[in-house]
Design a protein around this ligand. Structure first.
Ligand code: DX5
Ligand code: ZN
Length: 220
C-alpha cells in the first residue's frame, strides 16, 4: 500500500517575527509535517535555526518536526535536536564524520533517521546506509537558501531514488525539497516522492492556509 503523500512546509520561509502565527496558519490549511532547515555557515554559506527554536515549536505544536541538517559535522547535534523534540533527523551524505554512527545515534535516541543528497551526488552514495534509513531527502535545488528555482533533472533523480528504494528498502520514505510549488509538486509525486517540502510557495505570498490547501490537493 502506498503511504499517504505529505506536505511539509519549511519554516525557513515563514515570517521570522511571526513563526508561531505562520505555523498555525499552515496547520489550519492541513500541513502534515514542519520542515526545519538547520544551516551552519560552513556546509552551506547561510545560517538558520538551532535547537532552541525547535524546542519552542515542539512546545507549541504536536505535528512531526522534520529536521534537515545542512551542517558539516552533524554528530554533536543529534542529542540536542532530539531532546528539543525533533521527530526525524536528516543528515547530508556529503557531511563529514562517521555517518553510520550518526544515523545509529539518531535511532538509538528515539527519532527517525534520514539522509539527504545534494543535486550532484550520485544516488548510489545512499547504498551503504540503506539499512539505517527511514527517509531519503532528494534536494531539488542546491541547499542553502529558500526561494530557488526547481532544477531541471531533479525529477529524474527523484525517480531514480524511488526505484532504488522500491528494490532495496521498501517502506523507506522519499522526500523532495526545494523549489516546489503548485507547478512542480505534481511531478515530484509522480516521480515517487512521499513528502514534498515547500517554503516560499507556502509562506512568501498570498494566504498561508490557502497555499497549503492548494498544494495538498495536488498531492492526492
Ligand atoms: C534549502 C532548504 C529548503 C528550503 C525550501 O536549503 O533545504 O527546505 O527551505 O524552500 P523553497 O520551497 O522556497 O525552495
Ligand atoms: Zn530543507
Amino acid at each position: 500500500m502506498t503511504p499517504p503523500r505529505l506536505l511539509a512546509p519549511s519554516l525557513l520561509a515563514a515570517d521570522a517575527a511571526n513563526l508561531e502565527r505562520d505555523v498555525r496558519l499552515a496547520l489550519e490549511g492541513g500541513a502534515d509535517w514542519l520542515h526545519f532547515d538547520v544551516m551552519d555557515g560552513r556546509f552551506v554559506p547561510n545560517l538558520s535555526f538551532g535547537p532552541h527554536i525547535c524546542k519552542r515549536m515542539r512546545e507549541l505544536f504536536s505535528l512531526p518536526l522534520d529536521v534537515h541538517l545542512m551542517v558539516t559535522r552533524p554528530e554533536n547535534l543529534v542529542v540536542p535536536f532530539i531532546e528539543s523534540g525533533a521527530s526525524l533527523l536528516t543528515v547530508h551524505a556529503e557531511s563529514d564524520g562517521d555517518l553510520s554512527r550518526v544515523l545509529l545515534a539518531v535511532k538509538q535516541n528515539g527519532a527517525k533517521a534520514g539522509m539527504a543528497l545534494k543535486p550532484a551526488t550520485h544516488p548510489d552514495t545512499l547504498r551503504p546506509y540503506l539499512p539505517l534509513l527511514d527517509l531519503v531527502l532528494v534536494m531539488t535545488v542546491e541547499p542553502g537558501y529558500g526561494g530557488q528555482k526547481f532544477l531541471s533533472g531533479a525529477l529524474r533523480r527523484v525517480a531514480a531514488v524511488r526505484a532504488m528504494l522500491d528494490a532495496e528498502k521498501p517502506g523507506c520514505l522519499l522526500e523532495a525539497d526545494g523549489g516546489i510549488d503548485a507547478v512542480t509538486a505534481g511531478g515530484c509525486v509522480e516521480a515517487g516522492a512521499d513528502i514534498v517540502v515547500a517554503g516560499s510557495s507556502v509562506f512568501s505570498s498570498g494566504l498561508v492556509s490557502d497555499n497549503v490547501k492548494v498544494l495538498r490537493a495536488l498531492l492526492r
